[in-house]
Design a protein around this ligand. Structure first.
Ligand code: ATP
Length: 295
């Protein structure tokens, strides 16, 4: 069952094309990661799907109908990128206020416990750390027992421990059958949580596939070596890095690169070839910009 859908959705802000004919389907039970650099259009896509903005052209659907319909919106949970919590209200009061909008909200203690906030029930939100506020903002997306949750960069500003606590909260929702669409700049976050990744670049879908497949499609390998020589122009090299006294080349065809290196007469040692991380694959895809690599 498709819970949210964009069909050829385009959104302009004046001259800026934030989304350019985007197709996306989110099915029940999925956890989908939306990846893309700053300005790729991730937040805009979420704002269309949750009914906060309308597409300039194309269609968006939530539970098979108009996302602006309050009946549909009551079945979703949202954490926007920026959250404003009333600073003088206590954490418990904020939760109670949001809960009051739903027929069967998650009990306060259970919700706060799930996100590691149970000690803070009586704290005014103005006295919370940035990370604590972020956890509360994410927790609030779950209070109405939503079927589908949209999280825009949920763990921005969190330290490692808080990030893991939040991942656990998101995972437990998903394990119980919930559906999640999340954006992130943390590529390890998508990898840790989601099986499917949609890569956006300059408003277009560059890839929509499993995390493994995206890596496979890109097929970039990291070729590392020690050399004192200047390297010649080498075909298929999409990135060069110097780190720890070694030279690292990101290559679309590592075998060919090694043959070219040997042929070039460059003196090198300690050659090592390994698969790239998702981050490297992602940078390669977005650098290619205009070439969609997967349907
Ligand atoms: N309200 C607006 N008015 C004008 N331009 C906007 C507006 N909102 C977004 N944009 C532009 O639309 C493009 C997409 O922005 P969007 O915020 O959707 O990207 P994003 O992928 O979420 O970026 P980030 O990772 O930085 O949050 C950008 O070029 C941005 O400057």
């Amino acid at each position: 069952m498709i819970l949210a859908r964009a069909e050829q959705a385009t959104r302009r802000y004046g001259d800026v094309i934030a989304l350019d004919h985007v197709d996306l389907e989110v099915r029940a039970g999925e956890m989908v990661g939306l990846l893309g650099p700053n300005g790729a259009g991730k937040s805009t896509l979420l704002s269309l799907l949750v009914g906060m903005r309308r597409p300039t052209s194309g269609r968006v659907e939530l539970f098979g109908g108009d996302p602006r319909d309050p009946v549909r919106r009551r079945r979703i949970g949202v954490t926007p990128q920026e959250t404003g919590l009333p600073p003088t209200l206590r954490v418990g009061e904020v939760v109670d206020f949001v809960s009051a909008h739903y027929a069967d909200p998650v009990p306060r203690a259970e919700l706060l416990g799930r996100f590691g906030l149970d000690d803070l029930t009586r704290r005014q939100t103005g006295g919370m750390s940035g990370g604590q506020k972020r956890r509360l903002a994410v927790a609030l997306a779950f209070v109405g027992r939503p079927q589908l949750v949209f999280l825009d960069e949920p763990t921005t500003g969190l330290d490692v421990e808080a990030r893991h606590a939040l991942w656990d909260g998101i995972r437990s929702f998903h394990d119980e059958g919930g559906t999640v669409l999340l954006t992130s700049h943390y590529l390890e976050e998508i990898e840790a949580l989601a099986h499917r990744v949609v890569v956006l670049g300059q408003g277009r879908v560059l890839a929509d596939d499993t995390v493994d497949a995206v890596r496979g499609v890109v097929g970039v390998r990291r070729v590392s070596l020690d050399t004192r020589d200047d390297l010649p122009e080498l075909a298929g090299v999409v990135g060069v890095e110097q780190a720890d006294g070694r030279t690292h080349l990101l290559a679309t065809d590592a075998d060919q690169l090694v043959r070219d290196l040997v042929r070039s007469g460059v003196a090198f040692s300690n050659l090592e070839i390994r698969p790239t991380s998702l981050e490297e694959a992602f940078l390669t895809i977005t650098a290619r910009g205009d070439q969609p690599i997967a349907a």
